[in-house]
Design a protein around this ligand. Structure first.
Ligand SMILES: NC(=O)C1=CN([C@@H]2O[C@H](COP(=O)(O)OP(=O)(O)OC[C@H]3O[C@@H](n4cnc5c(N)ncnc54)[C@H](O)[C@@H]3O)[C@@H](O)[C@H]2O)C=CC1
Ligand SMILES: O=C(O)CCC(=O)C(=O)O
Length: 630
């Protein structure tokens, strides 16, 4: 048990629990009442007016009890429900209620009948719970409350706290103005507006501190807590119109998230990145060395797409910034677009459609071919190439593929040993190679020469892979009968005007890099990437990181976890262990993952440790980043 000459006075409803208990009681008692919603709304209005001090509390209590029409037996169900509705950060920090049991009080205008059983689980005995009590009739119906209790009176909390005459500094934690009044009256020393469940302007405006959860309260008071750094202090910036689900997932987990619908220029990003802990981007934002140099707090970058060429992965690694992407989420979307475009090109549908848009009826079979039995050449037999192979074959196409790596053929696909072999065989060539810089101008004049006359080319990989002037010439000379291009060597940062040399050429389908832009893909990415980010920030896991040693860590309870990222030079592990030995830490786990340039050590220790150990670990030469998780 610890004490520091301070007492903590907690409100109950919407502070220790996520809800107002009488609202829940109303849901129980009015379950079968046809007027249920109307009555509950009325009760909530009365509750809010009482909390904000707009009507007298006694008046609010009387009116609500009348509307509730509750019985003693309803309280059992209420207690059962409230146990499941304890505020998340209160639940997470149960240890605080154990270590400071002597210093914690509850002063509430709710009722002891349901507060006592809930807070008992948090080590707060009935003697330290100050609240109202119900009055029952002989049939055990709730008919009123003990009107002698000061807490049934307007601003009753003031008298209640005054009567307690608590020693030392008194801190009040609550969501309402009726909690603040104790501070206003000069009986409490500090008022913390607790906004985890509800944000009330009158409380916030008057608070000494606003605490979005108990973590922040404990952090401000330098008290032991479940996580070392409150999550809402971790700032996440999501650019480029990342799907709103990502915002929701990350904010639900407690992070502070900002979104910008477009990509930022290097200068803009340098300015914004300074106080950002996690950056989320898609394919347009360039995370350069200069950006990383300016990123003082950056811990992770999430690429909400497959490609990571836009990120200087080495610069990130050297700064201890872990990068994640979504390698699978949008692959099916790209494949479906490729299939659609192959059919459209082979049938010259866009040419016919454009003519008709311009008022020309041109019913012809010329330049219109089935895909059945045609040869599809897939360049890059990775996650996308392979799926395309399966779908194309199911439409009756003969599939050929070429890859620099050994890739197993799916179905009846045939492997080509050279690019030339594939190009000279295929009626359709579809590019699905990765975004590495060596693939610049991968398809140019020479390669096009090897293609069959009248073949079509589909590029949904990266813009720089195709030499655009060479493609333009081939299309204009009719060497190629069509092309579909989704990606361009230079793409704009935001939606707006855009010009390409391929504009206006018949049977050329142009799309603004939308291969992976489907609702399904974006939703899946918005689930996948935040999951990886949260896993790293919350527990140190680097599984699936693209630039960092991958490590899957076991879950830990009642332990502290130190994360140490350092340059991979000899002797660091020994130095870490020297610190561990010097401060007599009781290790419960130690993990190490390295690559050529960085080492990542995770140290799990028992509850107690000397704070000096943190500085000692930070001070180890070649340390890149160090943080304590919990
Ligand atoms: N248009 C869009 O919206 C989207 C485009 N993409 C792009 O699609 C491309 C493919 O993505 P995934 O299939 O997921 O990648 P992946 O990494 O799974 O597969 C790429 C394959 O290309 C092969 N490869 C690389 N260079 C090659 C070369 N010079 N010659 C032959 N094979 C080569 C690799 O060995 C690998 O098997 C990437 O460039 C990605 O950025 C991905 C998603 C959406
Ligand atoms: O739509 C996006 O954000 C980029 C898609 C893409 O090219 C990728 O995932 O690599």
């Amino acid at each position: 048990m610890e004490t520091n000459n301070r007492t903590y006075v907690f409100d109950f409803d919407s502070t220790l629990t996520r809800v107002e208990a009488l609202d829940i009681l109303a849901e129980i008692t009015l379950a079968n009442n046809p007027e249920k919603h109307k009555i509950i709304e009325e009760i909530q209005n009365i509750t809010n007016k009482g909390i904000d001090g707009d009507i007298s509390f006694t008046e609010s209590l009387e009116s609500r009890i009348k509307l509730l029409n509750a019985k003693k037996s309803d309280l059992n169900e209420l207690i059962r429900r409230l146990k499941r509705q304890v505020s998340k950060s209160i639940e997470d920090n149960k240890e605080f209620f154990e270590t400071h049991a002597e210093d914690i009080y509850v002063i509430s205008c709710g009722f002891k009948e349901f507060i006592d059983p809930i807070v008992k689980d948090y080590n707060i005995p009935s003697e330290r719970v100050y609240a109202n009590t119900f009055e029952f009739d002989d049939k055990e119906a709730i008919i009123g409350f003990d009107s002698e209790n000061v807490l049934s009176q307007h601003d009753g909390k003031i008298d209640c706290l005054k009567n307690l005459n608590l020693p030392g500094e008194v801190q009040v934690i609550g969501d309402g103005y009726s909690d603040y009044v104790m501070r206003k009256a000069g009986i409490a020393d500090k008022f913390f507006a607790y906004t985890e469940n509800v944000s009330r302007d009158k409380a916030i405006d008057n608070a000494d501190h606003i605490t979005p959860n108990l973590d922040e309260f404990l952090y401000l008071n330098k008290l032991p807590r479940k996580i070392s750094f409150p999550k809402h202090r971790i700032k996440i910036l999501l650019l480029e119109n990342v799907h709103p689900d990502a915002f929701e997932r990350l904010t639900d987990d407690g992070f502070t998230v900002e979104t910008v619908s477009r990509s930022l220029s290097e200068e803009e990003l340098i300015e914004r990145i300074k106080d950002i802990h996690v950056l989320g981007i898609r394919s347009k934002t360039q995370v350069t060395q200069k950006v990383i140099d300016a990123a003082e707090k950056l811990m992770a970058v999430g690429a909400f797409c497959i490609g990571t060429k836009q990120i200087n992965l080495e610069a990130c690694k050297n700064k201890g910034v872990v990068v994640f992407n979504a390698p699978y989420s949008n692959t099916r979307s790209v494949v479906e677009l490729a299939i659609g475009e192959i059919i459209m090109l082979m049938r010259s549908v866009f040419a016919r459609s454009t003519e008709l848009h311009n008022g020309e009826w041109n019913k012809t079979a010329k330049g219109s071919r089935e895909v059945r039995g045609k040869k599809l050449g897939i360049v890059g037999y990775g996650n996308i190439g392979k799926q395309l192979s399966v779908l194309a074959e199911s439409m009756g196409m003969q599939v050929y593929y070429y890859d620099i790596e050994d890739r197993l053929a799916l179905g009846n696909a045939k492997k080509c040993h050279t690019l030339e072999e594939l190009l000279s065989t295929s009626d359709v060539v579809s590019l699905h190679i990765d975004d590495n810089a060596n693939n610049k101008n991968f398809i140019g004049e020479e390669e096009i020469k090897h293609m069959k006359d009248g073949a079509v080319l589909v590029n949904l990989s990266r813009g720089f892979v195709v030499d655009i002037p060479a493609l333009k010439t081939a299309l204009e000379s009719k060497k190629l009968s069509g092309a579909a291009v989704d990606v361009f060597p230079v793409e704009p940062r935001a939606n707006g005007s855009f010009v390409t040399d391929l504009k206006g050429i018949p049977n050329v389908i142009l799309t603004p890099h939308v291969g992976g832009s489907t609702e399904e893909a974006q939703k899946d990415i918005a689930d996948f990437v935040p999951g990886k980010i949260m896993n790293y920030i919350n527990s140190g896991n680097t599984v699936d990181a693209v630039n960092f040693p991958n490590i899957r860590l076991p879950r830990q309870n009642n332990r502290h976890r130190f994360l140490h990222i350092h340059k991979n030079v000899p002797g660091i592990m020994a130095k870490i262990n020297k610190v561990v030995a010097k401060y007599d830490l009781n290790l419960t786990g130690q993990y190490l993952a390295t690559d050529d340039s960085v080492g990542y050590v995770i140290v799990d220790v028992d509850k107690e440790y000397n704070n000096e150990v943190l500085q000692a670990l930070k001070d180890i030469e070649h340390t890149i980043k160090f943080r304590v998780l919990y």
